[in-house]
Design a binder for this molecule. Structure first.
Ligand code: S3P
Length: 430
């Protein structure tokens, strides 16, 4: 296991950086292009392990994907032209690959089996299997059909559209049901309590699909084919930018510009939270690229204060809680994070991982079943910490070390899941 020592950033962070492509948009671009029947170029695709799991999966289903090192060119097989894979497909660490593909494969006439790494093998799949089974899909897995390996058996009849009220906030579950809805008879509707990321809805619309959103209900009608755009431009990932938003805020004398960050409002909970805490972030050059809003973010150091973070905003910042913890530890006063129980079923139990690892660097953090209580006005001491093989824990620990007295992180290379350039970017900014 690779261990990494991060040193304190004593002179602040400085420079202009670009952020790699958005993970969620990259996954969907490969899947939807693979289901269309005209070539699609994907610009700024995220070359990280999770998205490469989706590439491998679509290749295993017969989709032709060329990579010239700059762009991907995808020649899809059409909605009904995927091949039966010759082998078991490995979804690696990627929940998005597995859950969205289960939706797509529920409508196919062949058998597919998925496996994955130790973390993915433990993550709950019942949440997608329940609605897909209600639509007529036939899916079996280990431990009474809930865990990997999971097999999608060809359904005997065409799927039927359902109305599904989501029991939890999850863009992956929403997307799996909507994608199965492409193949189902009648209308499929998903009802969300709080809006989760809407990249599936936006991109399917750009592919000519009849999909509408009204008052938290997203409805999709089946399609005969997808009408792909010739090009998809993937915006920079705000979930990756979040580490620098916090790092440049909490490390004194910092002044950085982060170029080309996606600011889709279903993803900008981190900007709202940091603004409420007193950050100094300026949005410049707001524009739209490939159907997604994008801006450059100018971040300067600022003194923060604690706030209460409630359940309604959690889906808009669900991946940013580990790095928000760093901001809260260094802020004035107390921060509470509530309604974040979904963190317990991410790549690690993130509430537990945060408490255990940040507990080595400070004693500011207390565990709650659905979140955290963080006493501010704290500082980080040096410690040896563990990533729990979770990329977002590793990157949050690295920012804590850079803003404190340094940190040693074991299992540090898991950043390759979403941000392979993370450590070199940190050195570049120092
Ligand atoms: C994602 C949705 C979120 C997020 C994950 C990516 C997506 O997961 O945590 O990193 O691309 O749809 P949930 O749907 O489990 O909340």
């Amino acid at each position: 296991m690779t261990s990494k020592i991060i040193e304190a950033a004593v002179d602040g962070l400085h420079g202009v950086i670009t952020i790699p492509g958005d993970k969620s948009v990259s996954h969907r671009s490969v899947m939807f292009a693979g289901l269309s029947d005209t070539p699609v170029r994907i610009v700024n695709f995220l070359r990280a392990q999770d998205c490469l799991s989706t590439v491998n999966c679509m290749r295993a289903l017969g989709v032709n994907i060329a990579d010239d090192g700059e762009e991907l060119t995808i020649c899809g097989k059409g909605l009904y032209g995927l091949n039966e894979p010759e082998n078991i497909i490995d979804a690696g660490n990627s929940g998005t690959t597995l859950r969205l593909m289960l939706g797509i494969l529920s409508g196919q006439k062949f058998l597919t089996t998925f496996t994955g790494d130790a973390s993915l093998s433990k993550r709950p799949m019942q949440r997608v299997i329940t609605p897909l089974t209600r639509m007529g899909a036939s899916i079996v897995g280990r431990k009474i059909n809930t865990l990997l390996p999971i097999t999608v058996i060809p359904a005997k009849q065409r799927l039927t559209g359902i109305t599904y009220e989501m029991p939890m906030a999850s863009a992956q579950v929403k997307s799996a049901v909507l994608l199965a809805g492409l193949y189902a008879q009648g209308v499929t509707t998903v009802i969300e309590k709080y809006p989760s990321r809407d990249h599936t809805e936006r991109m399917l619309k750009a592919f000519g699909v009849d999909i509408t959103t009204q008052n938290g209900a997203i409805s999709i009608r089946p399609a005969d084919r997808l009408h792909a755009p010739a090009e998809i431009i993937v915006p920079g990932d705000i979930s990756s930018a979040a580490y620098w938003l916090v790092a440049a805020t909490v490390i004194p004398n910092s002044d950085i510009i982060i170029k080309n960050v996606g600011i889709n409002k279903t993803r900008t909970g981190i900007l709202d939270v940091l603004n409420n805490m007193g950050t100094n972030i300026e949005l410049c050059g707001c524009r739209t690229d490939g159907g997604e809003p994008v801006a450059d973010l100018h971040v300067r150091s600022a003194r923060l204060h604690g706030i209460d973070i409630a359940a309604d905003i959690i889906p808009r910042l669900v991946d940013e809680i580990p790095i928000i913890t760093v901001a809260a530890i260094l802020a004035d006063g107390r921060t509470t994070i509530n309604g974040a129980q979904e963190l317990r079923v991410k790549e690690s139990d993130r509430i537990k991982a945060i408490c255990r690892e940040f507990g080595k660097l400070t004693n500011a953090v207390t565990e709650k079943e659905d979140g955290l209580i963080i006493e501010g006005n704290s500082a980080f001491k040096y410690a040896q910490c563990d990533s729990h093989d979770d990329h977002r824990i590793a990157m949050a620990l690295a920012v804590a070390g850079a803003s404190g007295k340094g940190v040693e992180i074991s299992g540090a290379d898991c950043v390759n899941i979403s941000y392979p350039q993370f450590y070199t970017t940190l050195e570049h900014l120092k």
